[in-house]
Write a protein that binds this ligand. Structure first.
Ligand SMILES: NC(=O)c1ccc[n+]([C@@H]2O[C@H](COP(=O)([O-])OP(=O)(O)OC[C@H]3O[C@@H](n4cnc5c(N)ncnc54)[C@H](OP(=O)(O)O)[C@@H]3O)[C@@H](O)[C@H]2O)c1
Length: 349
């Protein structure tokens, strides 16, 4: 297949300085969106890769400067061009609506480019569930891996397409997976989630309009949110998930209610979490000092706190993260670091 010529000197495969291998080239599609801008911000300063291209939507849009990224990324964001994208990068991040990802990712893979996708397009493995939640995705390309870095690093390393977890599922899975693995959970799990408005992307709607959500809190998507299916798929158990929009620009807080097996102690809950995250760069366990969104905003951390009611065999876990960083761009770069065999913290701390 013909590959378009790079349009900029920086886009050509880099020759390394004496004795050093060239840096891998990365590019971002969806760079004018909320998650895409975070990606550009992180990747432009990442010491081990070269950011070669940042693209917005298709041919009808024109190149535009990004004022928030001045002096961080001084090149323009250009209209999407798949040939240019694949010619200018070894690894492409897709921060696009899922239907666009579903269409573009296979074309990039065909051209030999590895893909890190932030959308939900490739998260659901069961074909009938996928038809319901992500109808634009006919099949999962070979080499697709669901990539929660703290859990899936071994598989992510060799993935052709890393499908990054959703923002709500990231917090829920990081809190719940260690308890599930330790066999401590009984019965249904309830995830009561609150998200800032940037979780809905930059296009305003009736629900996300400032005058609708300022001074208010609203539940939405009750029993009909696709992240419910994703959490259940990954946790392999039934979960009741109720998301709420809160009048913050960014951040997620989940209060997670679980029933524990009879006789389960606080020490067992703490031990399961501590064992899972002893070496995790971006999970901070706060125990009984319950975490807050402000502690993680603009960072790639997920903070998890908990209280256990031993007498009534139940626990509440509180998990917080920044939906645009650990819930999107930061986690995607953490996955890039795993793919490249780098320290997971590279460019993120
Ligand atoms: N926001 C979050 O907290 C969050 C968290 C985790 C995952 N995600 C996922 O990440 C993806 C991006 O989310 P976002 O919130 O950043 O969305 P967003 O703010 O709406 O940005 C969407 C981006 O995609 C581009 N785009 C739209 N339609 C396109 C098309 N047909 N072809 C090519 N480019 C197109 C837009 O370009 P223009 O500027 O030209 O329109 C823009 O750059 C979504 O799949 C979302 O589900 C988001």
């Amino acid at each position: 297949m013909a590959v378009a010529a790079p349009v900029n000197e920086n886009d050509k495969p880099q020759t390394g300085a004496a004795g050093r291998p060239p840096k891998p080239r990365v590019a971002v599609a969806g760079a004018s969106g909320y998650a895409g801008q975070e990606l550009v911000r992180i990747l432009a300063r990442h010491p081990a890769v070269t950011l070669t291209a940042a693209m917005s939507s298709g041919a009808s849009s024109t190149p535009r400067p990004m004022p928030a990224l001045a002096r961080i990324w001084d090149r323009e964001v250009t209209p999407l061009d798949i040939d240019q994208l694949s010619a200018s990068a070894d690894i492409v991040f897709l921060a696009l609506p899922e239907a666009a990802s579903a269409e573009i990712a296979p074309k990039l893979l065909e051209r030999g480019v590895r893909v890190i996708d932030l959308s939900g397009a490739f998260r659901i493995r069961d074909a009938s569930d996928r038809r319901r939640w992500y109808p634009a995705t006919a099949t999962l390309p070979p080499g697709t891996i669901y990539g929660l870095p703290e859990r899936d690093a071994a598989a992510i390393k060799d993935a052709r397409l890393v499908s990054c977890p959703g923002c709500y599922p990231t917090a829920a899975l990081l809190a719940l997976q260690p308890l599930a693995d330790a066999g401590l959970l009984e019965g249904t799990v309830i995830v009561d989630a609150k998200s800032g408005i940037s979780g809905a992307g930059k296009a305003p709607s009736d629900r996300t309009h400032f005058s609708e959500n300022h001074g208010s809190v609203a539940a939405y998507g009750v029993f009909s949110h696709r992240h419910n299916a994703e959490i259940e798929q990954e946790l392999k158990r039934e979960v009741t998930f109720v998301p709420h929009l809160v009048p913050l620009d960014r951040g997620i807080l989940e209060t997670i209610y679980v029933s524990l097996g009879k006789g389960t102690t606080e020490a067992q809950v703490a031990g399961a979490l501590e064992d899972a995250y002893r070496d995790a760069a971006f999970v901070r366990l706060t125990g009984a000092a319950l975490p807050e969104i402000k502690h993680v905003a603009h960072s790639n951390f997920c903070d998890i706190g908990w209280k256990v009611d031993e007498g009534r065999h139940r626990a509440a876990l509180i998990a917080v993260l920044d939906n645009l960083v650990k819930g999107a761009a930061g986690q995607a770069v953490q996955n890039l670091n795993i793919v490249l065999g780098l320290d997971e913290r590279t460019g993120l701390l």
